[in-house]
Design a protein around this ligand. Structure first.
Ligand code: NAD
Length: 235
């Protein structure tokens, strides 16, 4: 794998062993909520308190969880591969805390909040930012309520130009811990395949788009990825 252009796409599964629950493992429920009740712009309009409390709990959880060996293995790969891009669907910061230097968060981040008026983002993780009370911006003359800086269902993912350009020019495309249900992320493997990239999947179970991969490694990412990275670096 050395000398090749490597693109990695991670999903909720890579953070599962850190204690952050995935979306699909209980039939589309996320921490006992239906996705449409907490992760859509309609939900934010209809019941902002429920959505806010849900994301504040996710934001507080960031202070309680730690990266696992799968995050650390990808940081090691980054440090040894010259042309390396890490894209994540995750909104947690476990890649960064596991040692990754450059992470593209296509679905936003939990640590930042977005002003509803100016759309400017601020990192807001102090204790007073993490209660169930709304947080107000520092950018407007009359401080505006902030919303989670998250791409909800029905919204456009971030950094898509950069992401497609990486996928369209890679030699190896690796997916870790993603169900293959959430588009456009799930379609990235087709982009990589169409230009002849070697496609690899590391996931707990065979996902919806499992057939699209040249190589499939089933198991827990924290257990199998460190070994795979050693093997890839030795090749
Ligand atoms: P998903 O929940 O739809 O799928 C997770 C996949 O990971 C499943 O296929 C499951 O089999 C696999 N998995 C579970 N445990 C694993 C492990 N230990 N090792 C390897 N694989 C494991 O997640 P998704 O595909 O990322 O898409 C759903 C959306 O969920 C994303 O948009 C993301 O923004 C959001 N989300 C993020 C987080 C997070 O930031 N940690 C958590 C939950 C949901």
């Amino acid at each position: 794998m050395r000398g090749k252009k490597v693109v990695i796409l991670t999903g909720a599964g890579i953070s599962a062993e850190s204690g952050v629950r995935t979306f699909r493992d209980n039939d589309g429920l996320w921490e006992n909520h239906r996705i449409e009740d907490v992760a859509t712009p309609e939900a934010w309009r209809a019941d902002p308190q429920l959505v806010w409390k849900f994301y504040q709990a996710r934001r507080r959880q960031m202070n309680e969880v730690e990266p696992n060996p799968a995050h650390e293995a990808l940081a090691k790969l980054e440090s040894e591969i010259e042309d390396f891009t890490l894209i994540t669907q995750n909104v947690d910061d476990l890649h960064e805390r596991g040692g990754s230097n450059s992470v593209i968060h296509m679905h936003g981040r939990l640590q930042t909040l977005r002003c509803e008026t100016s759309k400017q983002i601020e990192t807001r993780m102090s204790d007073s930012d993490l209660t169930d009370d709304y947080v107000y911006c520092n950018c407007c003359a009359e401080p505006s309520r902030m919303r989670p800086d998250i791409v909800w269902f029905g919204e456009m993912p971030m950094h898509m130009e950069e992401i497609y350009s990486a996928g369209e020019s890679c030699d190896v495309f690796i997916v870790v811990g993603s169900s293959g249900h959430v588009y456009p992320a799930a379609g990235m493997v087709h982009v990589a395949r169409s230009i002849g990239a070697h496609t690899i999947l590391v996931n707990y179970e065979m996902p919806a788009n499992g057939e699209d991969f040249d190589e499939v490694h089933l198991g827990k990412a924290g257990e199998i990825l460190p070994e795979l990275v050693e093997k890839w670096l030795a090749e």
